[in-house]
Each structure stands twice: as C-alpha cells, then as structure tokens.
Design a protein around this ligand. Sequence first.
Ligand code: OGA
Ligand code: MN
Length: 225
Amino acid sequence: MATALTFAELQQCDDSGDSALLDRIADDLYRDGYCIMDNALPEPMTQALSAYQKALSEQQFSEAGIGRKSLFHKNESVRTDKVCWIDGSSQVGAQWLEWCHSLKAHLNKRLFMGLFSFESHFAHYRPGDFYKRHYDAFKGASNRVLSLVTYLNKEWDALDGGELVLYKDDADTAGVRVTPKLGTVVLFLSEEFPHEVRPATRDRYSIAGWFRVNTTSGNRIDPPR
Ligand code: OGA
Ligand code: MN
C-alpha cells in the first residue's frame, strides 16, 4: 500500500526551478512579514523582461492610479509613475506569470496563505517621479494580501536614488531602503507595511504585483483586478 509522502518529499515534487530560493523567501516572510532577495529572478528572465519593457512604446503605458482598475482614480500628488499591465500574451509575460505562479504555489504549501490570483504591471518612473508613502491594501477593505516588486535596472548606483523605503509600521520613519537593481525581488504583506518610492535621477523600471485571496461569495464574482 502506498504511504503518504513526507513533507520533504512533497517539497521535492515542486516543479519550480529553485526551491531553495523559494524556501528562503517563505522563511523570511514567516519571520518578518517581508523579504528582500538580490538576484532572485533567473538571469535570462530578467534580461528578457528588461528588453521587453524597454521595447514597449510610451503609448502602452498609462498614468498610474490608486485602487482597483474598476474604482480607479488618478492622484498626481501621491504618485507620478506610468504603468502597463502584464498579461500572458507575450512569451516573456507568460514566463513571468509562471514564475509568480510557482512562488504562489510554494507559499500556499509552506505558509497556508491561500493566495488565489495574481496581477502585475510594469512601472516606469521618469527622473523625479515618486510614489509617496502608502499601503497597498487597507485592513479588511481589500483582498490584496501580498505585494511583490522586482526591478529591471542594470548598473543602478546608490547615488541614482529611486529607493523603495519599506516601513515596519506607521511609527517607523527610518525604514529599510532597497536599491532598485536588476533581479532584486521584494515581497511584503500588503496591509502591514507602508512604503514609498523615492525620486531617482534616472529612468527607473520595475514590476509591481499583488497576490489576492479569493473573496467570491454567492453570486458576487470577485473581479480579477
Ligand atoms: C507600488 C509600489 C514600489 C516600487 O507600485 O505600489 O509601491 O519600488 N512600488 O516600485
Ligand atoms: Mn505600493
């Protein structure tokens, strides 16, 4: 008779490329509620995403707004970047979503997070652009639970600015500063960490994404974004 797999054996069945990396991400999230990993994305994917984003024309980017697409409103005093939502229609977009899906599966398995869907967009901050201190989700008001940011900037110098500053709570004014360099991945609980994007002296490219839990109930279907 077949016996149940042990936890370690189950983890080996994970078809994601780098389960040691995914384990480190899960450990950090469990301990701190956030995680900052340099060189987390496979190198060929960072190269492909960076080339793809550069090739997107300015027309494909639109002014970023606050809130869900359906409840969208622009607010230039809060953020000035431009965004382009990623779907799976390009090869690199599909590859990116696949990577995020593996991460989601891993976190659900390790931390029982119940992550259900994922949405993400490229963001372009021109020199001087910013996103002031904000939360990605307010307690009880959204089903965004985990935020993900990754950077597509080659040879970024600390003097170029453009840091993400992640604050532990409302009282924190120092924060943890993250240099937006190619391949760094940041994850944090959306309702727990206020954060901001500081202005840079160069064009700053990133992807921001959110994992959601499913809040479909009765005949009200949860919209994708
Ligand atoms: C966001 C955001 C951070 C970054 O888009 O909500 O906080 O470093 N982005 O680009
Ligand atoms: Mn944010």
